[in-house]
Design a protein around this ligand. Structure first.
Ligand code: FA5
Length: 358
């Protein structure tokens, strides 16, 4: 091709590029255009291969003409590329501005403490006011602390009262918080005022009011001239304060080898207000606070002088108390890890029944 035809062809290519580039909105399309014009096999790029066919005197000029054309086309494509990028940045910030920064933001979903923890803290505060200290004991407990130190020797039928998870190392998952009684007597001696909240484990059938993992709060008061009247008065104060009103209770005899005499203190079922429901097994009452005067054998095992001191102990069913306080009909929800937001609260009898998002 002579020089004139070459120049004409280059002019047509440049005009075509300028037109196509003006219409292009996407960076990807620009890249393909770049290849199809400037690449080795592209309309301009391939002209380089034709230089060899020109007479030696013209080769230099042909090469310069083609390279100059390539630079101009490259400049057109690059300019469009830069313009598209700038447009994208502007669109982004226009989008950000569509958000009115003066509007209040979205509220983050707040967590809250577990109902059992909330009641535990409340119980701790009440007892701290009464001069009690808060102790903890191990959840994996020795057979001695869980049973023997509490006057329940190996052959004692009372061992069957609490179905036990035995561990292969001979220890147990504590069936109650009562082992902390012995540990506290050994640690502090008498006089003594201590509570011990904690998790307990029982190998038992689960239903609306029985879990295999639940919480109790042990209470132990040892001093001179302590009587069962002190115990009942303190238990009533505790329940009234947690429930924020006068709670109906009943006291009946109870048997536990580590107390003598023993009592069962039940509270009115707040779910059905005493009418009878699945939670209270149609009885209208919930067992929450078994207790009694500490058995002399338990005091002796703890190194307490039984000539000088007497004491009372109780094992508050903390999980059940939390159910009564928050109107939770079924104990199983407490260990279910259900974090769905509460969407409604409704008062039924004395209880507040919560409903959750489906
Ligand atoms: C005891 O565990 C005794 N250690 C309590 C005690 C302490 C008596 C000191 C005297 C002196 P009991 O097995 O009844 O007793 O359990 C105490 C409370 O824990 C019950 O009233 C109940 O509220 C709660 N509880 C017992 N088993 C379960 C369970 N499976 N699920 C939920 N709560 C339970």
């Amino acid at each position: 091709m002579d020089l004139e035809t070459l120049n004409q062809q280059i002019a047509e290519i440049e005009a075509d590029v300028a037109k196509k580039v003006g219409d292009m909105q996407a960076v990807d399309a620009l890249r393909s255009l770049d290849t199809s014009i400037l690449g080795k096999k592209g309309t301009l790029g391939s002209l380089i291969g034709g230089i060899k066919d020109y007479p030696p005197a013209q080769k230099g000029q042909v090469g310069q003409t083609i390279n100059a054309a390539k630079k101009r086309v490259k400049a057109i494509i690059d300019a469009r590329h830069a313009a598209l990028k700038q447009a994208a940045v502007s669109a982004d910030s226009a989008g950000a501005m569509a958000h009115d920064p003066t509007l209040p933001g979205d509220r983050p979903t707040m967590g809250s403490v577990h109902p059992v923890t909330a009641v535990q803290w409340e119980v701790e505060r009440i007892f701290e006011r009464l001069g009690f200290t808060v102790e903890a004991g191990p959840e994996m407990e020795s057979e001695y602390h869980n049973f023997e130190a509490l006057n329940i020797p190996a052959s004692h039928p009372a061992r069957d009262m609490q179905d036990t998870f035995w561990l292969t190392n001979g220890s147990v998952l504590r069936t109650h918080t009562s082992p902390v009684q012995h540990r506290s007597m050994k640690k502090f001696g008498a006089p003594l005022r201590v509570i011990a909240p904690g998790r307990c484990f029982r190998y038992e059938t689960i239903d609306a009011s029985h879990e295999n993992t639940f919480h109790q709060v042990e209470g132990l008061l040892i001093d001179k001239d302590i009587s069962i009247a002190n115990l009942i008065a303190m238990a009533k104060t505790l329940l009234n304060e947690v429930m924020n009103r006068e709670v109906k209770v009943r006291v009946r005899p109870g048997f536990f080898p580590f107390v003598e005499p023993g009592i069962e203190l039940d509270m009115n079922c707040e779910i059905c207000d005493g009418a009878g429901c699945a939670t209270c097994k149609r009885s209208g009452w919930i067992e929450v606070l078994p207790a009694g005067m500490v058995h002399p054998k338990v005091l002796e095992a703890g190194g307490i002088d039984t000539e000088v001191y007497t004491g009372f102990a109780f094992g508050l069913g903390l999980t059940r108390l939390a159910m009564m306080k928050y109107g939770i009909r079924d104990i199983r929800v407490l260990n279910s890890g259900d974090l769905r937001p509460i969407v409604g609260r409704e008062r039924q009898g004395g209880a507040v029944i919560v409903s959750r998002e489906p």
